[in-house]
Design a protein around this ligand. Structure first.
Ligand code: GDP
Length: 366
């Protein structure tokens, strides 16, 4: 599955947010309650109103949402890249996630100590990012050196990797995260960059943790974070961890009322998950039948056999074709049979790139 790692300095609200998210997720998805995989990892159901519509038409008994994981990665201190504190473990944990959710303190509260004694989310972001950049710089310098030796020996692979590594290295030496290379990057270079598994090439979502009153509007701190994020190819979401903690205790009806009173349309969970989805460039396809309507997560650009493989590796291995009905056709025409009669069910082969919302039925050899 896809994993987002929650990072940030101490006392910015990471645990509050993580606990609220996982509680809300448990309350909202009775079928798939939040389940703890490891102490600090939780899977949350991805809210998607399309599932209900499909289930109605298909007469499904059950709705099974797709899920993404959040990992609470505590333990960042200055000097982490030098192995101080739990530094090495912290960096190793980040290496394993697909995207970084970086929580920034954008609220004032004299009772809650800030590690540097002042509220400055942009400086906080830089503190964390600096540790990640230093770790990348060290690992990349070492690897580039080895690669350069191979490249002079006419090693073809080294010759293709080296320009990408050098570009990343130049950015890091200039104090910039490798992420800034991602804008408009060629597919082949992106593949190489992903293979390097650098910390600062992972997509970042900045979560501005604000006071209740600022949740709908943001504040001067969140504006500063927005400006920083725009320069870095990063996204931002404004959330009040304190509100989320309260919402997580309420029933569905109470939640709607509570959020309305604060001028909010959705819970932070919904916005965070949607932003995470966007960040990871993920899309959803559906399978539907009398037993269940189920959502599945794939990376945008995934072809039909690999999409089938998300359900079961046998589906990928024995893939023959995929009966494909677009979500709108499926719902407006009234299901599989009607869509077939209207000529809206297509048989797609191995090269078909699955689209967001496709309702799929796989044919495969066992
Ligand atoms: P972590 O160290 O980043 O995991 O931070 P915690 O989640 O433990 O939060 C540190 C302290 O800040 C706790 O006392 C929280 O109750 C408090 N806190 C978290 N979010 C907010 C917020 O939005 N407003 C205020 N005033 N306090 C918050």
């Amino acid at each position: 599955g896809f994993k987002c790692g929650i990072v940030g300095l101490p006392n910015v609200g990471k645990s509050t947010l993580f606990n609220a998210l996982t509680k809300t997720a448990a309350a909202q998805a009775a079928n798939y309650p939040f389940c703890t995989i490891e102490p600090n990892t939780g899977e949350v159901a991805v809210p998607d109103t399309r599932m209900r519509e499909i289930a109605k038409v298909a007469g499904s008994k059950e709705i099974i949402p797709t899920r993404i994981s959040f990992v609470d990665i505590a333990g960042l201190v200055r000097g982490a890249s030098k192995g101080e504190g739990l530094g090495n473990q912290f960096l190793a944990n980040i290496r394993e996630v697909d995207a970084i959710v970086h929580v920034l303190r954008c609220f004032e509260d004299e009772d809650i100590t800030h590690v540097d004694g002042r509220i400055n989310p942009v400086a906080d972001a830089e503190t964390v990012e600096t540790e990640l950049m230093l770790a990348d710089l060290e690992s990349l310098e070492r690897r580039t050196e080895q690669m350069r030796k191979r490249a002079t020996g006419k090693d073809k692979e080294a010759a293709t990797l080296l320009p990408v590594m050098d570009e990343a290295l130049a950015l890091l030496r200039d104090g910039k995260p490798v992420r800034v290379m991602l804008k408009g990057i060629a597919a082949e270079d992106l593949r190489i960059l992903r293979g390097l598994n650098l910390l600062t090439s992972k997509p970042v979502l900045y979560v501005c943790n604000v006071e209740e009153g600022d949740a709908a509007t943001g504040n001067e701190f969140t504006k500063a974070v927005d400006a920083m994020a725009a320069e870095q190819n990063a996204e931002t979401v404004i959330i009040s961890a304190a509100i989320e903690a309260e919402v997580s205790q309420l029933s569905d009806d109470e939640q709607v009322e509570f959020l309305e009173a604060l001028g909010l349309e959705e819970t932070g969970l919904d916005r965070l998950i949607q932003a995470g989805y966007k960040l990871l460039d993920l899309i959803t396809y559906f399978t539907a039948g009398p037993k269940e309507t189920r959502a599945w997560t794939i990376a945008r650009g995934t072809k039909a056999p690999q999409a089938a493989g998300v359900i079961h590796t046998d589906f990928e291995r024995g893939f023959i074709r995929a009966q494909t009905i677009a979500y709108n056709d499926y719902v407006t025409l009234g299901g599989e049979v009607a869509a077939k009669e209207a000529g809206k069910a297509r048989d797609e082969g191995k090269e078909y790139v699955v689209q967001d919302g496709d309702v799929l039925l796989f044919r495969f050899n066992t």
